[in-house]
Write a protein that binds this ligand. Sequence first.
Ligand code: SF4
Length: 256
Amino acid sequence: MILFDQIIFGPIHSRRLGLSLGVNLLPIDAKICSFNCIYCECGFNTTMREFPFPTRKQVYEILKTKLQQMAAAGEIPDVITFAGNGEPTLHPEFEGIIDDTIDLRNRFCPSAKVSVLSNSTRIHKPHIFSALKKVDNNILKFDSAIDRTMKLIDQPVGKHINVAWLVEQLKRFKGKMIIQTMFLRGEYQGEKFDNTTEEEVDAWLKALAEIRPQQVMIYSIDRDTPVRDLQKVTVEELDMIATKAIEKGFNVSVAK
Ligand code: SF4
């Protein structure tokens, strides 16, 4: 598994996002998340000891320096993406860091979008909700509309997380969000699962009809996963799921 060993990483060229500068708000030597997804590219959560988060000031200074350098080199990022070693909204100063980032973006690269990849588990908190409403791309995870599958795939740490709760919380953005869904099948701890079945996709489409996202991004496994018995879903299958969602009126993109 790969951990990001810096606060700022990249920029990397991505066909989908263009030139993307990454921000990792999690500790650089641990993975910390409010989910413990069995497919997570960063591996399972690190336990045992406490790890320091970078401070708001550190993030500000390092991002400012990087954006200044990029602007001077004529290399303007298309997107500044919050991702990294876990769930970015776990950072205690998340909203302040988003405010700083928007301020720096406006100064050094006004055309760049600010994106956050979050797992949706903390959007009930007023400061997280407010911060995510300010960003250009509020990308929120929703892997299955069936509790058993969601809990098996995502392994939520908090007891309050279930599908009905997630749908209610996601609805509060009134469409200003992008839903991201990982499709996969396999077995974990003796339990088989497959979130591409007709029953799963029907339930997912019904949930999307309630959530009403501005966009839906679907994808499958791309790198090593902490659990071995997982299968990647083919692009053809993803396209078939996308077609069903497009027929229901959603704007869907398939990561290939
Ligand atoms: S939500 Fe993202 S970071 Fe957290 S465990 Fe799942 S894939 Fe990993």
